[in-house]
Design a protein around this ligand. Sequence first.
Ligand SMILES: O=C(O)CCC(=O)C(=O)O
Length: 260
Amino acid sequence: MTGTLPADLTDPTAIAMRLIIDGVAVIPGAVVGDELQNIRDAFELQADKLGSRAFEWDGFCQSPGLMQYICHPALMAVMDAFMAHFDQQCAFTCCSGARDVYEPSNETQQANARQPDIRNVGWHDDVMGMKNPLYTFTAESVSSLLYMDDTFENNGAYCTALGSHHLARRGPNDEALIANAQLVFDHCKLCQVPVTAGSIILHRAHNWHGVMSPRQNRRLIITTFAVKAFYELQRGHTQLTPDQIAQLPADRHKYITHYA
Ligand SMILES: O=C(O)CCC(=O)C(=O)O
């Protein structure tokens, strides 16, 4: 079963409902015009400075231009609607930095790019990478991916196993149990989600996803969010310093929290 996902909703509540039901949703054109160009320029400046086209928070937070994207209002309008459905408030949890996934010298990536196949896109659930994940925390956790470049169905598209987050479960002692891969492939529709530059893809932490290998630049910024009341349950969140918080407009400060 394969298909494509509609990416034309603009109302934040409608987008949040897709995130609840499908486990994935698109905010089309969340960042446009000069604002998008400023983020691209900031990425290139920082990549040159660091000598790498993939850098984590330590590199990201040195760039005032990139910092302006943290808790962007177009993103938070959807996150607020999502959390409101669960009678919860949203907290920023992590920024894992920015990267250009396109690696022209990576032969495996470029061989895959020449023979695109949705079954071969590195399918995973993000919770696989977490230490001691608790389902209370992971169930309503969300990742956001801002794309600085267009992606195309068979060239760089994010891919999703629609509704796969429903197959994760709560185990003994609240352990987050990741769905069995075969169960996901047997029952979920696999979709490419091509987007225009400046769009954001949101997905639930337990949504299985992967990436069609790209044949051109594919720059993105990843930030994650969780229920504020459950913030303390998981370790490893990005801790913003007072100077970093001061760079953000005041109406975004409510999303920033710290360990007690
Ligand atoms: O690059 C993308 O579109 C998705 C990235 C991804 O799979 C991940 O960070 O877990």
